[in-house]
Structures are given as C-alpha cells and as structure tokens.
Design a protein around this ligand. Structure first.
Ligand code: NAD
Length: 369
C-alpha cells in the first residue's frame, strides 16, 4: 500500500470543524486499504499567531516542505483584524504559496445537478457544468515591481502596479493547462488582453508556440478576458480548461464559482513545478474563508474541504479511483437531498457539518468498501 505524507492545517473559524470531516474520509480510505496517510498537524493563520506570534511557524513550514501535500482549511477572522500586517493570518497562506513555489491555481467549477437551482443562472446553462480554471498564482500585477504609491508633491499621488510576465512563467502554466485538458475534454481557452497589453501579447505568443511545439493534439482558442467574462455567464458549458494570468484568473474564477451555487462547495488546488519524478509540491484548500459568522455552530458545509482532499487524491497521490469516488459520494448525498444550511434552498431541513461528513463516508463505503 502506498504511503503519503499529508500536512493538515485546520487554521481558523470553521477550519477545525471541516478538517475533522476530511479526517474521517482519510481514516476510511486508510481502513479500506486504498493508501496509508501519515498525517501531521500544524497551525496557520490566527491560530498560529496566537501560539507563535507569526502566521506560520518555521517548524510547520519545514513540515510543509517535507509533505506530499498540504491540506489547509481557512484562515482569518475579526479576532486578528488589528495584528501587524506581516503577521496577519493571510500572510501564512502567502508564505506557503511562495516558499512551496505554487504557481498554478486550479479551480474546478462543477455544478451538481441536485444544486442547479442554487445557481444564479438558468438550470439548462449550468446543469452538469464541469470547467477548470487554471490561474497563474505567483506572477503578474500582484507581484510586479515597481509597486508603490508616490507623493508627487503637488497635492497629487500616483499609484503604480506593474504587470510583468516572462516566457518561462507563461510556458509552465500553459503546460499545466494543456496536460489537464488531455485528461478532460481536450480543449484549452487561453485568456489575456493582447489587444491592449504587451504582457498579453507575449502571453498569446508563448501559448501559441507551446501549443504548436508540444500540444498540437489539444484544441486551443484565445479569448480576450473581457469577452471571456461575458461568455462565462452566457454559455459556460463551451469551456473545458481556461488558462489565464493572476489578475484575470482572480476575477474570472470568482465569477465561475457563482455559477455553481454556494461558496461552501468549491475546492481548489495550488501546484508547484514537477520534479524529476513528476512529483509537485501542492496545497489543497476550499475557496471559501473561515466563515466566522457560523464558526463553532456545526453549520459549516464540509464539501469544499472534502472536495479539496479529493483533488489531492488526483493530483498528488495518483489515486484517481479515490478521487472519482469522493466526487461520486458528494454527488450522491446531494441527490439524496442532504443539505447543510448554506445550500438548504427549499429543502425541509438541513444537516450539521458532521452529519454531512458521515453521509459522505457512508457513500464512500458503498463505492469502495
Ligand atoms: P467567507 O468565505 O469566510 O464567508 C462568506 C460567507 O459564506 C459567510 O456568510 C459564510 O458563513 C459563508 N460560508 C463560507 N464558507 C462556508 C461553508 N463551508 N459552509 C457554509 N457557509 C460558508 O468570507 P468572508 O466572510 O469574506 O471572510 C471571513 C474571513 O475569512 C476573513 O478573515 C477573510 O480574510 C478570510 N478569508 C480567508 C480565505 C482563505 O483562508 N483562503 C479566503 C477568503 C477569506
């Protein structure tokens, strides 16, 4: 049986509650003989600040570096609103992304038929929707220099951010997108603003050359980011894999997330470069935050967290059967009418965080047991 090292970082707010449900899934997979998981536990965000005075300790960073995958729940909350900027809860996330070199953010937007009513779009547009947004995560305008506010001395100021991409950054994110497309519906839509931005022109040039050189079997289309925003809400099922830069990816993936109904449903993966054995550093986390408004009340939906674990099975542990089973189990419990409060809609009653986790494990037992 393969053994994998997993660092679990429950973080703040609802983080510990949804982490407990992911641990139930891990325990089941281990009992069922699918794989062995050596689970380490660490602190991140406000929880780390309270104990160590920083958003993640050096010891936990070492554990992250040594693990096959990091599973993080969420960070932040009003309790830490006033802490110094460089030790604020989000700094833990940024440190993990930076030090692990996680340049590719994968956000699937899947609309389970049972939840199509929760989408802001008509059922026929989103029913069975399954698209993957690949966002460049470590470059572009969020990191480019100069980045400053200059006092012009005449009562005016100038705010500057710099959008900058180099060939290798575009190539490596392009590769992730093409490889994913080959395992899905074989189509990549690359998005930028080549009509008005030099970095966009370079992006299009590099993706086109990479496609011609290594991925000619995959269908490639280019779409300006504004047009893509429009097409995402007009006819989202036309897309398979979308690849785009940090800024456009930030916005477009949030738009895509609303197509699927609830924030509590959405997993994500952030991947680093492949080593000589094809292994990548990786972190898996729900898209949502720490939901302090419902923390400690057993109201949190654990599906995004369990779905993130499912992505770890697929992209870090090479256990596609386990990944498929987790997705099928989630789909099945939703089809049975199980709902946490955030996705209750017109359902008669909702279940607690742990009832939802238990129901998913019970389904997994049927599928894999
Ligand atoms: P949020 O995602 O925590 O919550 C937004 C709304 O969605 C809330 O009403 C919340 O109750 C609900 N919600 C979120 N996840 C849910 C779940 N699993 N089940 C049921 N309902 C859920 O966003 P926010 O309120 O803007 O931020 C709260 C804190 O989280 C802030 O400190 C923010 O900085 C932090 N945050 C962290 C991350 C992260 O850890 N990656 C991401 C976003 C926000």
């Amino acid at each position: 049986m393969s053994a994998f090292k997993l660092l679990l970082l429950p973080g703040d707010g609802i983080g510990p509650e949804i982490s407990a449900e992911a641990e139930k899934v891990l325990a089941f997979l281990q009992t069922a003989g699918i794989a062995k998981f050596e689970i380490e536990r660490g602190l991140v965000g406000g929880a780390a600040y309270d104990v160590h005075g920083v958003a993640i300790s050096e010891a936990d960073m070492k554990l992250a570096q040594a693990s096959d995958a990091v599973l993080l729940a969420a960070v932040g909350g009003p309790k830490w609103d006033g802490v110094p900027y460089d030790v604020r809860p989000e700094a833990g996330l940024l440190r993990l992304r930076k030090d692990l070199g996680l340049f590719a953010n994968l956000r699937p937007a899947i609309c389970y038929p049972a939840l199509a009513e929760a989408s802001s779009l008509k059922r026929e547009l989103v029913d069975n929707l399954d698209i993957m947004i690949v966002r460049e995560l470590t470059g572009g305008v969020y990191f480019g220099e100069p980045k400053e506010i200059i006092d012009l001395g005449n009562g005016q100021k100038r705010g500057v951010d710099t959008q900058v991409y180099e060939t290798y950054e575009i190539e490596r994110i392009g590769r992730v997108a093409f490889e994913l497309a080959r395992k899905r519906n074989n189509k990549v839509t690359s998005s930028e603003k080549a009509n008005v931005m030099k970095s966009g022109l370079l992006w299009r040039e590099v993706i086109t050359a990479l496609h011609k050189r290594e991925y000619a079997d995959v269908q490639l289309e280019h779409m300006l980011a504004d047009a893509l925003g429009m097409q995402l809400v007009r006819w989202p099922k036309q897309f398979d894999v979308i690849v785009t830069d940090n800024l456009f990816g930030d916005m477009l993936s949030d738009v895509a997330s609303m197509l699927t109904g609830s924030l509590g449903m959405l997993p994500s993966a952030s991947l680093g470069a492949a080593d000589s054995k094809g292994q990548r550093k990786a972190m898996y986390e729900p898209v949502h935050g720490s939901a302090p408004d419902i923390a400690g009340k057993s109201l949190a939906n654990p599906i995004a967290m369990i779905g993130s674990l499912g992505m770890a099975m697929r992209y870090s542990f090479n256990l596609p059967k386990a990944a498929d089973a987790i997705e099928a189990a989630i789909s099945a419990v939703l089809a049975q009418g199980m709902r946490t409060a955030d996705i209750k809609g017109s359902a008669a009653k909702s279940v607690s965080t742990s009832e939802m986790g238990d129901a998913i494990v019970a389904q997994l037992k049927k599928l894999l047991g």
